[in-house]
Design a protein around this ligand. Structure first.
Ligand SMILES: Nc1ncnc2c1ncn2[C@@H]1O[C@H](COP(=O)(O)OP(=O)(O)OP(=O)(O)O)[C@@H](O)[C@H]1O
Ligand SMILES: [Mg+2]
Length: 310
């Protein structure tokens, strides 16, 4: 089974407001509400690609109940740990007139030590029936910076491949624990290495350096340019299919889902890389975040070509 971990899920609320201005009261009739959080996007896309998925993490309050119900509708099995404080709300205000997007991202609920311990227990249990584990996205306040790194160590002890899609100190600590794969985008890689990466050479140089620390796949996603994958056996580049993008939020999550599905199907790494880019690009063609059309993914998968950079 593929399992996703979402420590800080959210209810996504998207308002469409023409000519949005501050100091104004709006009566809004166009509101879209959905279950969000990067790990949940990964779970949804992996399920849409036809795999059985389990989602775990932390949920709380009525907002948490909503997220749980949305996942039930999608036939995604869940094993969330329930916490006292409520799951956060992520608000997006889209203005089609001025072509702007305004985001209000709540930090998330405070998690107690007891709740964290309950989660770790659940995580260990979940590992027993998972071949691939993916931990993505932000972490609610108060949890240790080593949380993803700690999970990686436990997963490795249980022979489970772990993919980490995180940033900042959570990513730094996760790398120290040697996950199977990391997937920063270019911005996150720049933040990690601390300087501007203005050439392919520099991206490959830094990816090789990280890879040598014991990580099997360093995947750097490059938005509409595709991705560069570094493994101990070589460096590969895949250009993304040319499309007219509708919504690129969640492309990285779809990318991770595509890769995880291929790995779960025991396909080789170059094949997994192709499915990652295909799923990422398919997500950019959908209005909804973390959605793909499997037929489009298959078409892109057939079209994408792997180029060796070494
Ligand atoms: N405009 C685009 N056109 C074609 N493909 C795209 C576009 N944007 C993203 N993709 C595809 O999605 C993949 C991941 O995109 P990106 O690098 O934007 O991830 P990300 O920044 O981590 O996204 P997020 O964190 O919002 O999920 C790319 O490798 C590419 O295949
Ligand atoms: Mg991302």
């Amino acid at each position: 089974m593929i399992t996703t971990v979402t420590l800080n899920p959210a209810i996504d609320r998207a308002y469409v407001i023409n000519n949005f201005q501050p100091n104004t009261r709006y009566m809004v009739d166009d509101v879209k509400v959905s279950a969000g959080g990067k790990g949940l996007n990964v779970a949804r896309v992996a399920a849409m690609l036809g795999e059985k998925v389990n989602a775990t993490g932390l949920l709380g309050g009525v907002t948490g109940k909503f997220v749980q119900e949305e996942l039930d509708k999608l036939n995604i099995s869940t094993s969330f740990v329930w916490i006292n404080e409520a799951t956060r709300v992520f608000t997006a205000i889209v203005d089609p007139v001025n072509n702007t997007e305004t985001f209000l991202s709540e930090k998330g609920p405070a998690v107690t030590k007891k709740e964290l311990n309950a989660f770790v227990k659940e995580f260990v249990k979940t590992l027993k029936y998972s071949e691939i584990m993916i931990a993505s996205g932000s972490v609610p306040p108060g949890l240790p910076k080593t949380i993803y790194g700690d999970m990686v160590k436990i997963a490795r002890d249980n022979n489970v491949k772990m993919i980490i899609d995180a940033c900042g100190s959570y990513l730094v600590e996760a790398i120290k624990a040697k996950p199977f794969m990391i997937k920063p985008n270019l911005h996150e890689l720049k933040e990690l290495v601390g300087y501007d990466l203005d050439s392919e050479y520099k991206i490959v140089y830094e990816s090789k350096y990280i890879c040598k620390q014991g990580i099997e796949v360093v995947a750097i996603s490059l938005g509409d340019k595709g991705a560069i994958f570094t493994t101990k056996d070589g460096v590969y580049k895949i250009c993304a299919p040319k499309i007219s993008a509708v919504n690129t939020v969640g492309c990285g999550d779809a990318f991770v889902a595509g890769c995880a599905v291929a790995l779960f199907r025991k396909r080789d790494l170059p094949d997994a890389f192709k499915l990652a880019v295909a799923a990422g690009t398919a997500n950019a063609m959908e209005r909804q975040i973390g959605h793909i059309d499997p037929e489009i993914v298959e078409k892109f998968y057939q079209e994408t070509k792997l180029k060796r950079l070494d």
